[in-house]
Design a protein around this ligand. Structure first.
Ligand SMILES: Cc1cc2nc3c(=O)[nH]c(=O)nc-3n(C[C@H](O)[C@H](O)[C@H](O)COP(=O)(O)O)c2cc1C
Length: 225
């Protein structure tokens, strides 16, 4: 790989962030197709390519948002893929820090439960994004199908970044899989893994005004020999 390739990829990885406020302006269909086609180059075990993406645009995004909000009101969440049971040690610390960064950015005071809940509800409004992609896999492929789809999700968000399109992955949205499958007419054999709300960033919005940190290389790499 040439230095140019590495620099270009690093720049994309640096530039991508989770966008939580979008402009209404739609992304052209051609750009959506390019993003999904590029993401489809992600590797998967046996090249099974378990991912499929329902992508909404126009009025359909609003219809889906209303169906999702109705499902949330009925509750409780029941995701196809169980949420983590715990975030032990440093993982819990990182989780808390990224939450605090968001609350500080949008001016939510420590302990203001109502404001936190309102911010959390923004997930189900898709942060006003004009599009959402629902990523689903063949349930029979189990955890490896989910793992393959994780690669697809990352590739999707990097491809979007390369076209100036902002995005946020959302596990929260697919916590209501029954209602989502019913809305889109998906069979029970498709496991819902993640949503990606996307569009053009509302640059000045406070929710987009912070960037998360990362562990140092020493915390990740255990180079032997
Ligand atoms: C699988 C997955 C699920 C996520 N679910 C949510 C979510 O439901 N709501 C949300 O606001 N952010 C969600 N995120 C975004 C993460 O909080 C974010 O990626 C992380 O804090 C790192 O920040 P960055 O994306 O800005 O680099 C999710 C990210 C991933 C990869």
């Amino acid at each position: 790989m040439s230095g140019w390739d590495f620099d270009a990829l690093s720049a994309l990885l640096e530039r991508r962030y989770s966008c939580r406020a979008f402009r209404a302006e739609p992304v052209p269909a051609e750009a959506i197709e390019r993003i999904v086609a590029a993401a489809g180059r992600a590797p998967s075990w046996c090249n099974a390519q378990p991912w499929q993406a329902v992508v909404t645009r126009g009025d359909e995004t609003g219809r889906f948002r209303r169906a999702l909000l109705a499902a949330v009101a009925e509750g409780p969440p029941a995701p196809d893929m169980p949420w983590p049971e715990d975030y032990p040690g440093v993982h819990g610390v990182r989780r808390r820090i990224c939450g605090q960064q968001l609350y500080e950015a949008v001016g939510i005071a420590r302990g203001d439960r109502a404001a936190r809940d309102a911010q959390m509800m923004r997930n189900f409004h898709l942060f006003d994004a004009p599009h959402v992609a629902i990523i689903h896999s063949e349930a029979a492929l189990g955890p490896y199908g989910a793992m393959d789809c994780g690669g697809f999700v990352t590739a999707f968000m990097l491809a979007a970044t390369a076209l100036g399109v902002a995005s946020v992955a959302q596990a929260s949205v697919v916590a209501y899989p029954g209602a989502i499958r019913a809305h889109f007419g998906l069979p029970d054999s498709r496991q819902l893994l993640c949503a990606i709300s996307f569009g053009y960033a509302e640059e000045g919005d406070a929710a987009n005004g912070f960037r998360t940190g990362r562990a140092g290389l020493d915390d990740i790499l255990d180079l032997r020999g």
